[in-house]
Design a protein around this ligand. Sequence first.
Ligand SMILES: Nc1ncnc2c1ncn2[C@@H]1O[C@H](COP(=O)(O)OP(=O)(O)OP(=O)(O)O)[C@@H](O)[C@H]1O
Ligand SMILES: [Mg+2]
Length: 147
Amino acid sequence: MKENISNPKDVKKPENIFISESVEQTQEFAKEYAKTLKNGDVVLLEGDMGAGKTAFAKGVALGLGIEEEVTSPTYAYMNDYDGRLFHYDCYRIESVEQAESLGLADYFDMGGICLIEWSQNIAPLLPRVVKRVSIKKINDRKREIEF
Ligand SMILES: Nc1ncnc2c1ncn2[C@@H]1O[C@H](COP(=O)(O)OP(=O)(O)OP(=O)(O)O)[C@@H](O)[C@H]1O
Ligand SMILES: [Mg+2]
């Protein structure tokens, strides 16, 4: 007799939604969200260009008490804030091989919190367990943040 065992992957957790009306609200929300994070957490920041992923990352840094200003990692692909926060922007990563040779996966288990923009470009390197924050642009200032 075939047993009906559901694959845990098929069970979608209900998502929480926060509606942000400004970049300040997004950062304030991210600051609070930061309190739910534990060392070693890997968070995929999802959303189109200009959605507010980097703005969110700035809020997380504030929430973690990081004083250094968070800017978009471009040339370096990843900015290291005292080993406490690793902020990735993988938009320009051209191949998994490139990401591997840059050692981008080395930071996932260094004990800091990883925030990753454009993680789809390094998908095979990602750890099995990740958190997700998806930001959807509703209009100029309004964003739907799913977490
Ligand atoms: N509610 C909002 N939340 C976040 N950003 C907002 C909001 N309203 C307007 N903005 C503006 O949207 C832009 C978001 O830029 P940001 O660099 O954070 O996007 P991003 O998702 O990181 O894009 P990219 O993929 O290019 O890195 C900023 O100019 C910000 O001021
Ligand atoms: Mg960005």
